[in-house]
Design a protein around this ligand. Structure first.
Ligand SMILES: *Cc1c(COP(=O)(O)O)cnc(C)c1O
Length: 398
Protein backbone atom coordinates (compact mmCIF):
# COMPACT_ATOMS: atom_id res chain seq x y z
CA UNK A 1 0.00 0.00 0.00
CA UNK A 2 1.31 3.41 -0.95
CA UNK A 3 1.18 6.14 1.63
CA UNK A 4 -0.80 9.27 0.85
CA UNK A 5 2.34 11.39 0.69
CA UNK A 6 3.86 9.08 -1.90
CA UNK A 7 0.74 9.17 -4.04
CA UNK A 8 0.79 12.95 -3.89
CA UNK A 9 4.43 13.02 -4.90
CA UNK A 10 3.82 10.73 -7.85
CA UNK A 11 0.81 12.74 -9.02
CA UNK A 12 2.62 16.05 -8.80
CA UNK A 13 5.72 14.91 -10.66
CA UNK A 14 3.58 13.35 -13.38
CA UNK A 15 1.60 16.51 -13.82
CA UNK A 16 4.86 18.47 -14.03
CA UNK A 17 6.02 16.17 -16.83
CA UNK A 18 2.69 16.60 -18.64
CA UNK A 19 3.14 20.36 -18.50
CA UNK A 20 6.61 19.98 -19.99
CA UNK A 21 5.13 17.77 -22.69
CA UNK A 22 2.62 20.46 -23.62
CA UNK A 23 5.42 22.91 -24.29
CA UNK A 24 7.51 20.27 -26.10
CA UNK A 25 10.19 20.13 -23.44
CA UNK A 26 10.23 16.48 -22.47
CA UNK A 27 13.16 14.34 -23.51
CA UNK A 28 13.62 10.64 -24.01
CA UNK A 29 16.44 8.22 -24.51
CA UNK A 30 17.11 6.66 -27.88
CA UNK A 31 19.74 3.98 -28.41
CA UNK A 32 22.51 5.13 -30.72
CA UNK A 33 24.87 2.78 -32.51
CA UNK A 34 28.19 3.84 -34.05
CA UNK A 35 28.15 7.27 -32.37
CA UNK A 36 31.91 7.59 -33.00
CA UNK A 37 31.34 7.43 -36.76
CA UNK A 38 30.30 10.29 -39.09
CA UNK A 39 27.40 7.96 -39.94
CA UNK A 40 25.54 6.62 -36.96
CA UNK A 41 22.60 4.25 -36.64
CA UNK A 42 19.43 4.96 -34.70
CA UNK A 43 16.58 2.46 -34.72
CA UNK A 44 18.07 0.76 -37.75
CA UNK A 45 18.30 3.98 -39.74
CA UNK A 46 21.64 5.30 -40.98
CA UNK A 47 22.01 9.02 -40.26
CA UNK A 48 24.75 11.54 -40.78
CA UNK A 49 26.13 12.34 -37.35
CA UNK A 50 25.97 16.09 -36.80
CA UNK A 51 25.47 15.80 -33.05
CA UNK A 52 28.55 14.31 -31.39
CA UNK A 53 31.42 16.08 -29.63
CA UNK A 54 33.91 13.68 -31.20
CA UNK A 55 35.50 16.61 -33.04
CA UNK A 56 38.83 14.93 -33.78
CA UNK A 57 37.40 11.47 -34.37
CA UNK A 58 39.40 9.87 -31.54
CA UNK A 59 36.45 8.02 -30.00
CA UNK A 60 36.83 5.33 -32.65
CA UNK A 61 40.63 5.51 -32.90
CA UNK A 62 42.39 2.13 -32.79
CA UNK A 63 45.28 3.60 -30.78
CA UNK A 64 42.95 4.66 -27.97
CA UNK A 65 41.19 1.28 -27.96
CA UNK A 66 44.53 -0.54 -27.77
CA UNK A 67 45.70 1.66 -24.89
CA UNK A 68 42.47 0.92 -23.03
CA UNK A 69 42.80 -2.83 -23.49
CA UNK A 70 46.43 -2.75 -22.36
CA UNK A 71 45.44 -0.75 -19.26
CA UNK A 72 42.77 -3.29 -18.36
CA UNK A 73 45.17 -6.18 -18.77
CA UNK A 74 47.78 -4.59 -16.54
CA UNK A 75 45.65 -2.83 -13.92
CA UNK A 76 42.23 -4.47 -14.01
CA UNK A 77 38.71 -3.33 -14.72
CA UNK A 78 38.09 -0.95 -11.84
CA UNK A 79 40.04 1.35 -9.55
CA UNK A 80 38.49 -0.20 -6.39
CA UNK A 81 38.50 3.01 -4.31
CA UNK A 82 38.90 6.76 -4.45
CA UNK A 83 42.31 8.15 -5.33
CA UNK A 84 43.11 9.16 -1.77
CA UNK A 85 42.45 5.63 -0.55
CA UNK A 86 43.96 2.93 -2.83
CA UNK A 87 42.51 3.87 -6.24
CA UNK A 88 45.48 5.93 -7.43
CA UNK A 89 46.81 3.38 -9.92
CA UNK A 90 50.10 4.14 -11.77
CA UNK A 91 48.34 5.40 -14.90
CA UNK A 92 47.25 8.50 -12.99
CA UNK A 93 50.81 9.64 -12.43
CA UNK A 94 51.79 8.80 -16.00
CA UNK A 95 48.82 10.64 -17.47
CA UNK A 96 49.17 13.66 -15.20
CA UNK A 97 52.82 13.98 -16.07
CA UNK A 98 51.90 13.86 -19.77
CA UNK A 99 49.19 16.45 -19.06
CA UNK A 100 51.65 18.85 -17.40
CA UNK A 101 54.18 18.70 -20.19
CA UNK A 102 51.41 19.18 -22.78
CA UNK A 103 49.97 22.18 -20.95
CA UNK A 104 53.38 23.43 -19.83
CA UNK A 105 51.81 23.87 -16.39
CA UNK A 106 53.11 23.86 -12.84
CA UNK A 107 50.54 21.46 -11.41
CA UNK A 108 47.47 19.54 -12.42
CA UNK A 109 45.01 16.87 -11.39
CA UNK A 110 42.65 14.50 -13.19
CA UNK A 111 39.10 14.16 -11.89
CA UNK A 112 36.13 12.01 -12.87
CA UNK A 113 34.24 14.22 -15.32
CA UNK A 114 33.86 17.79 -16.48
CA UNK A 115 30.68 18.07 -14.48
CA UNK A 116 32.44 16.86 -11.34
CA UNK A 117 35.37 19.19 -11.98
CA UNK A 118 33.29 22.35 -12.22
CA UNK A 119 31.02 21.54 -9.31
CA UNK A 120 34.01 20.59 -7.16
CA UNK A 121 36.38 23.41 -8.08
CA UNK A 122 33.90 26.21 -7.53
CA UNK A 123 32.22 24.79 -4.45
CA UNK A 124 35.52 24.13 -2.70
CA UNK A 125 37.27 27.34 -3.70
CA UNK A 126 34.46 29.84 -3.13
CA UNK A 127 32.29 30.13 -0.05
CA UNK A 128 29.96 32.43 1.86
CA UNK A 129 30.91 36.06 1.39
CA UNK A 130 32.82 35.41 -1.86
CA UNK A 131 31.57 36.42 -5.31
CA UNK A 132 31.37 34.23 -8.41
CA UNK A 133 30.89 36.10 -11.72
CA UNK A 134 29.61 33.82 -14.42
CA UNK A 135 28.63 34.32 -18.06
CA UNK A 136 24.91 33.64 -18.51
CA UNK A 137 25.64 31.01 -21.14
CA UNK A 138 28.12 29.05 -19.02
CA UNK A 139 27.66 25.31 -18.70
CA UNK A 140 25.16 23.99 -16.14
CA UNK A 141 27.94 22.44 -14.05
CA UNK A 142 29.36 25.92 -13.42
CA UNK A 143 25.94 27.09 -12.30
CA UNK A 144 25.54 24.08 -10.00
CA UNK A 145 29.01 24.50 -8.49
CA UNK A 146 28.32 28.14 -7.76
CA UNK A 147 24.99 27.42 -6.09
CA UNK A 148 26.60 24.70 -3.99
CA UNK A 149 29.42 27.06 -2.95
CA UNK A 150 26.96 29.49 -1.29
CA UNK A 151 28.99 32.37 -2.72
CA UNK A 152 27.12 35.35 -4.17
CA UNK A 153 26.16 34.37 -7.70
CA UNK A 154 26.63 37.22 -10.19
CA UNK A 155 25.54 36.30 -13.72
CA UNK A 156 26.55 38.72 -16.45
CA UNK A 157 24.94 38.90 -19.89
CA UNK A 158 26.66 36.74 -22.47
CA UNK A 159 30.09 38.21 -23.30
CA UNK A 160 28.91 41.60 -21.97
CA UNK A 161 32.03 42.74 -20.16
CA UNK A 162 30.62 46.17 -19.34
CA UNK A 163 27.91 44.38 -17.42
CA UNK A 164 30.56 42.30 -15.65
CA UNK A 165 32.57 45.41 -14.74
CA UNK A 166 29.54 47.23 -13.43
CA UNK A 167 28.98 44.33 -11.03
CA UNK A 168 32.63 44.17 -9.99
CA UNK A 169 32.60 47.89 -9.23
CA UNK A 170 29.56 47.58 -7.02
CA UNK A 171 30.91 44.74 -4.91
CA UNK A 172 33.15 44.98 -1.87
CA UNK A 173 36.80 45.52 -2.74
CA UNK A 174 38.05 43.14 -0.09
CA UNK A 175 35.87 40.20 -0.98
CA UNK A 176 37.34 37.28 -2.91
CA UNK A 177 36.16 37.27 -6.51
CA UNK A 178 36.15 34.50 -9.08
CA UNK A 179 35.31 35.09 -12.75
CA UNK A 180 34.31 31.92 -14.63
CA UNK A 181 33.67 31.40 -18.31
CA UNK A 182 33.47 28.71 -20.95
CA UNK A 183 36.15 29.44 -23.55
CA UNK A 184 34.03 28.07 -26.41
CA UNK A 185 30.32 28.27 -25.64
CA UNK A 186 28.59 24.96 -26.15
CA UNK A 187 25.24 26.21 -27.45
CA UNK A 188 26.25 29.24 -29.53
CA UNK A 189 29.65 28.11 -30.81
CA UNK A 190 31.19 31.52 -30.08
CA UNK A 191 34.19 32.39 -27.89
CA UNK A 192 34.72 34.22 -24.62
CA UNK A 193 36.72 37.48 -24.81
CA UNK A 194 39.62 36.15 -22.82
CA UNK A 195 42.01 39.03 -23.46
CA UNK A 196 39.54 41.53 -22.03
CA UNK A 197 38.64 39.18 -19.18
CA UNK A 198 42.32 39.02 -18.23
CA UNK A 199 42.51 42.83 -18.09
CA UNK A 200 39.39 42.97 -15.95
CA UNK A 201 40.48 40.25 -13.58
CA UNK A 202 43.80 42.05 -13.06
CA UNK A 203 42.13 45.40 -12.50
CA UNK A 204 39.67 44.02 -9.95
CA UNK A 205 41.97 41.52 -8.34
CA UNK A 206 39.88 38.51 -9.19
CA UNK A 207 40.79 34.95 -10.14
CA UNK A 208 39.95 33.82 -13.67
CA UNK A 209 38.76 30.29 -14.40
CA UNK A 210 38.31 29.00 -17.95
CA UNK A 211 36.33 25.91 -18.96
CA UNK A 212 37.96 24.56 -22.12
CA UNK A 213 35.64 21.55 -22.53
CA UNK A 214 34.86 22.20 -26.19
CA UNK A 215 38.23 23.74 -27.07
CA UNK A 216 40.57 21.08 -25.65
CA UNK A 217 42.21 19.16 -28.48
CA UNK A 218 40.81 21.63 -31.00
CA UNK A 219 42.42 25.05 -30.40
CA UNK A 220 46.03 25.94 -29.69
CA UNK A 221 49.11 24.78 -31.55
CA UNK A 222 49.10 21.48 -29.67
CA UNK A 223 45.38 21.47 -28.95
CA UNK A 224 45.92 22.77 -25.42
CA UNK A 225 42.85 25.01 -25.55
CA UNK A 226 41.62 28.39 -26.66
CA UNK A 227 43.52 30.41 -24.02
CA UNK A 228 46.72 28.81 -25.37
CA UNK A 229 45.70 29.67 -28.91
CA UNK A 230 45.60 33.31 -27.77
CA UNK A 231 48.89 33.00 -25.88
CA UNK A 232 47.14 33.98 -22.66
CA UNK A 233 47.47 30.68 -20.81
CA UNK A 234 49.71 32.14 -18.10
CA UNK A 235 47.17 34.83 -17.29
CA UNK A 236 44.45 32.31 -16.54
CA UNK A 237 44.45 31.07 -12.94
CA UNK A 238 42.35 27.94 -13.29
CA UNK A 239 42.27 25.83 -16.44
CA UNK A 240 39.67 23.12 -16.67
CA UNK A 241 39.10 20.83 -19.62
CA UNK A 242 37.84 17.37 -20.47
CA UNK A 243 38.92 14.15 -22.12
CA UNK A 244 35.31 13.51 -23.06
CA UNK A 245 34.87 15.65 -26.16
CA UNK A 246 37.56 16.11 -28.81
CA UNK A 247 39.84 13.73 -26.91
CA UNK A 248 37.36 10.93 -27.48
CA UNK A 249 37.25 9.38 -23.99
CA UNK A 250 36.10 10.40 -20.54
CA UNK A 251 37.30 12.34 -17.50
CA UNK A 252 38.53 15.86 -16.87
CA UNK A 253 41.62 17.76 -15.82
CA UNK A 254 42.44 20.89 -13.87
CA UNK A 255 45.76 22.70 -14.24
CA UNK A 256 47.16 25.76 -12.49
CA UNK A 257 49.64 26.81 -9.82
CA UNK A 258 50.73 24.36 -7.12
CA UNK A 259 48.92 26.21 -4.34
CA UNK A 260 45.66 25.80 -6.22
CA UNK A 261 46.04 22.13 -7.08
CA UNK A 262 47.24 21.29 -3.53
CA UNK A 263 44.21 23.01 -2.11
CA UNK A 264 41.78 21.36 -4.52
CA UNK A 265 43.29 17.91 -3.84
CA UNK A 266 42.50 18.37 -0.18
CA UNK A 267 39.14 20.02 -0.54
CA UNK A 268 37.19 18.93 -3.64
CA UNK A 269 34.43 16.67 -2.41
CA UNK A 270 33.68 15.28 -5.87
CA UNK A 271 37.30 14.11 -5.94
CA UNK A 272 37.62 12.89 -2.35
CA UNK A 273 34.31 11.04 -2.13
CA UNK A 274 34.12 9.34 -5.50
CA UNK A 275 35.79 6.20 -6.82
CA UNK A 276 38.80 6.80 -9.08
CA UNK A 277 38.43 6.35 -12.83
CA UNK A 278 38.94 2.83 -14.20
CA UNK A 279 42.47 2.23 -15.56
CA UNK A 280 41.13 1.93 -19.12
CA UNK A 281 39.83 5.50 -19.01
CA UNK A 282 43.28 6.80 -18.06
CA UNK A 283 44.85 4.64 -20.76
CA UNK A 284 42.67 6.37 -23.34
CA UNK A 285 43.29 9.83 -21.89
CA UNK A 286 47.05 9.38 -21.96
CA UNK A 287 47.00 8.08 -25.53
CA UNK A 288 44.71 10.92 -26.60
CA UNK A 289 47.01 13.60 -25.15
CA UNK A 290 50.00 12.05 -26.90
CA UNK A 291 48.18 11.86 -30.22
CA UNK A 292 46.40 15.22 -30.08
CA UNK A 293 49.60 17.19 -29.42
CA UNK A 294 51.05 16.18 -32.75
CA UNK A 295 47.88 16.17 -34.77
CA UNK A 296 47.90 19.66 -36.35
CA UNK A 297 46.77 18.09 -39.58
CA UNK A 298 43.45 16.91 -38.16
CA UNK A 299 42.95 20.18 -36.30
CA UNK A 300 43.41 22.00 -39.58
CA UNK A 301 41.01 19.66 -41.35
CA UNK A 302 38.40 20.20 -38.63
CA UNK A 303 38.68 23.99 -38.96
CA UNK A 304 38.41 23.72 -42.70
CA UNK A 305 35.31 21.53 -42.47
CA UNK A 306 33.64 23.81 -39.92
CA UNK A 307 34.38 26.98 -41.91
CA UNK A 308 33.01 25.39 -45.08
CA UNK A 309 29.82 24.25 -43.32
CA UNK A 310 29.24 27.75 -41.85
CA UNK A 311 29.90 29.40 -45.19
CA UNK A 312 27.40 27.21 -47.03
CA UNK A 313 24.70 27.70 -44.36
CA UNK A 314 25.21 31.47 -44.28
CA UNK A 315 24.92 31.47 -48.06
CA UNK A 316 21.45 29.97 -47.66
CA UNK A 317 20.47 32.76 -45.26
CA UNK A 318 20.52 30.89 -41.92
CA UNK A 319 21.20 32.77 -38.67
CA UNK A 320 24.17 30.97 -37.08
CA UNK A 321 23.92 32.71 -33.68
CA UNK A 322 27.44 34.14 -34.07
CA UNK A 323 29.15 30.74 -34.37
CA UNK A 324 32.87 30.86 -35.14
CA UNK A 325 33.71 27.23 -34.49
CA UNK A 326 32.87 23.57 -35.07
CA UNK A 327 29.68 24.09 -33.04
CA UNK A 328 27.16 25.57 -35.44
CA UNK A 329 23.61 26.36 -34.32
CA UNK A 330 20.85 27.66 -36.54
CA UNK A 331 18.24 29.80 -34.82
CA UNK A 332 14.66 28.56 -35.15
CA UNK A 333 12.63 30.12 -32.31
CA UNK A 334 9.74 28.15 -30.84
CA UNK A 335 10.09 24.70 -29.30
CA UNK A 336 7.48 23.09 -31.54
CA UNK A 337 9.03 24.41 -34.73
CA UNK A 338 12.50 23.34 -33.63
CA UNK A 339 11.38 19.82 -32.83
CA UNK A 340 9.59 19.58 -36.15
CA UNK A 341 12.75 20.83 -37.87
CA UNK A 342 14.86 18.12 -36.22
CA UNK A 343 12.26 15.51 -37.17
CA UNK A 344 12.31 16.55 -40.81
CA UNK A 345 16.12 16.51 -40.78
CA UNK A 346 16.06 12.99 -39.47
CA UNK A 347 13.65 12.07 -42.21
CA UNK A 348 16.23 13.38 -44.68
CA UNK A 349 18.97 11.32 -43.00
CA UNK A 350 20.56 13.83 -40.64
CA UNK A 351 20.98 13.49 -36.87
CA UNK A 352 21.08 16.90 -35.19
CA UNK A 353 19.84 18.03 -31.84
CA UNK A 354 16.96 20.37 -31.03
CA UNK A 355 18.21 22.58 -28.22
CA UNK A 356 15.39 24.04 -26.12
CA UNK A 357 14.96 25.96 -22.91
CA UNK A 358 16.16 25.73 -20.19
CA UNK A 359 19.43 25.01 -22.03
CA UNK A 360 18.88 28.22 -24.07
CA UNK A 361 16.60 31.23 -23.36
CA UNK A 362 12.86 31.10 -24.15
CA UNK A 363 12.00 31.47 -27.86
CA UNK A 364 15.61 30.89 -28.84
CA UNK A 365 15.28 27.20 -29.50
CA UNK A 366 17.67 26.08 -32.17
CA UNK A 367 19.14 23.18 -34.05
CA UNK A 368 22.72 22.54 -33.07
CA UNK A 369 25.12 20.92 -35.50
CA UNK A 370 28.63 19.78 -34.70
CA UNK A 371 31.26 19.17 -37.33
CA UNK A 372 34.18 16.77 -37.00
CA UNK A 373 37.44 16.12 -38.81
CA UNK A 374 35.92 12.87 -40.08
CA UNK A 375 33.24 14.56 -42.18
CA UNK A 376 34.14 14.64 -45.85
CA UNK A 377 33.59 17.62 -48.14
CA UNK A 378 30.82 15.84 -50.01
CA UNK A 379 29.14 14.88 -46.68
CA UNK A 380 29.04 18.54 -45.72
CA UNK A 381 27.63 19.64 -49.06
CA UNK A 382 25.00 16.91 -48.94
CA UNK A 383 24.02 17.85 -45.39
CA UNK A 384 23.67 21.56 -46.18
CA UNK A 385 21.47 20.76 -49.16
CA UNK A 386 19.13 18.80 -46.89
CA UNK A 387 19.17 21.48 -44.19
CA UNK A 388 18.29 24.15 -46.75
CA UNK A 389 15.46 21.98 -48.07
CA UNK A 390 13.95 21.66 -44.59
CA UNK A 391 14.67 25.34 -43.84
CA UNK A 392 12.70 26.45 -46.88
CA UNK A 393 9.85 24.06 -46.14
CA UNK A 394 9.62 25.36 -42.54
CA UNK A 395 9.89 29.01 -43.57
CA UNK A 396 13.16 29.52 -41.66
CA UNK A 397 14.85 30.71 -44.86
CA UNK A 398 13.33 31.96 -48.07
C1 LIG B 1 30.45 18.89 -21.58
C2 LIG B 1 30.82 20.01 -20.73
C3 LIG B 1 31.13 19.84 -19.38
C4 LIG B 1 30.97 18.50 -18.70
O1 LIG B 1 31.96 17.63 -19.07
P1 LIG B 1 31.72 16.05 -18.92
O2 LIG B 1 33.07 15.46 -19.03
O3 LIG B 1 30.81 15.65 -20.03
O4 LIG B 1 31.10 15.83 -17.59
C5 LIG B 1 31.55 20.93 -18.66
N1 LIG B 1 31.65 22.16 -19.24
C6 LIG B 1 31.33 22.36 -20.52
C7 LIG B 1 31.45 23.73 -21.11
C8 LIG B 1 30.90 21.30 -21.31
O5 LIG B 1 30.56 21.50 -22.57
Amino acid sequence: MLGEKQIKWEKETQSELRQLEEISQTRNLITTECAYDPWLRIEGKKLMNLASNNYMGYAGDERLKKAMIAAIQTYGAGATASRLIVGNHPLYEETESELLSWKNAEAGIIVNSGYTANVSIISSLAGRGDYVYSDKLNHASIVDGTILSRAKFMRYRHNDLEHLESMLKRNNDNARKLIVTDSLFSMDGDFAHIKELVQIKEQYNALLMIDEAHATGVYGKKGEGYSYHLGLQNKVDIHMGTFSKALGGFGAYIVGKSWLIDYLTNRMRGFIYSTALPPAILGAAKAAIEIAQRDQERRFLLQKNAAYFRKLLTGHGFDLCGSQSQIVPIMIGSNEKTIKFAELLRHEGLAAIAIRPPTVPENQARIRFTITADHRKQDIEWAVEKIALVGAKMGVIR
